[in-house]
Design a protein around this ligand. Structure first.
Ligand SMILES: [Zn+2]
Length: 174
């Protein structure tokens, strides 16, 4: 993958889809991995700038965290389609973000939790999880999708963010 492609906003495989790439400080100790962009994020080109992102930012703010301090990426760089090359590139971009800087990874939503841990997010929300694919990081945690608050209560998301904040404090990352 070339820098030229990263500057462009179209997927090199399907050539039609707008893409969202990682954002936030490159050397951040914490990486948030979400599922895939919504319509607004395809316009901004940045993860967690859409409806779910607004909720997530508010919940992080409640415990004194600012999303700007974290590196952000999605498991898929555009809305999932049937092209396996698209999906492979999304995964490659997400995994590339697990660099030497990261200490804590928060997997947000059912797709990232299933992909990295082979578990249902409802079973591990707010808990530490293990992933054979994330070995270079000291702590991996799971969190429900912020969009879950539109269909059920905010309690689960709030619980996960509280546990995440506790982990940051214990890891002296906050
Ligand atoms: Zn594509």
């Amino acid at each position: 993958m070339t820098e030229t492609w990263k500057d462009a906003s179209i997927c090199p495989h399907c050539m039609t889809e707008d893409v969202v790439v990682a954002s936030g400080p490159k050397n951040a100790q914490v990486l948030l991995i979400g599922a895939y962009p919504d319509e607004r994020e395809l316009v901004t080109g940045k993860p967690f700038t859409g409806n779910g992102g607004v909720i997530l930012k508010a919940e992080l703010g409640r415990v004194g965290l600012d999303i700007k301090q974290f590196r952000l990426v999605y498991l898929q760089h555009h809305v999932p389609n049937k092209n396996p090359a698209c999906s492979a590139l999304g995964v490659e971009l997400a995994i590339a973000e697990l660099t030497k800087y990261r200490q804590i990874v928060l997997l947000i939503g059912s797709e990232p939790v299933k992909f990295f841990c082979k578990k249902s997010v409802d079973d591990v929300n707010g808990l530490q999880v293990h992933s054979p694919m994330i070995t270079q990081v000291s702590l991996v945690m799971a969190c429900v999708s912020p969009a879950s608050v539109f269909s059920k209560s905010v309690g689960e998301l709030r619980f996960a963010i509280k546990q995440f904040n506790k982990a940051l404090e214990e890891g002296m990352i906050k």
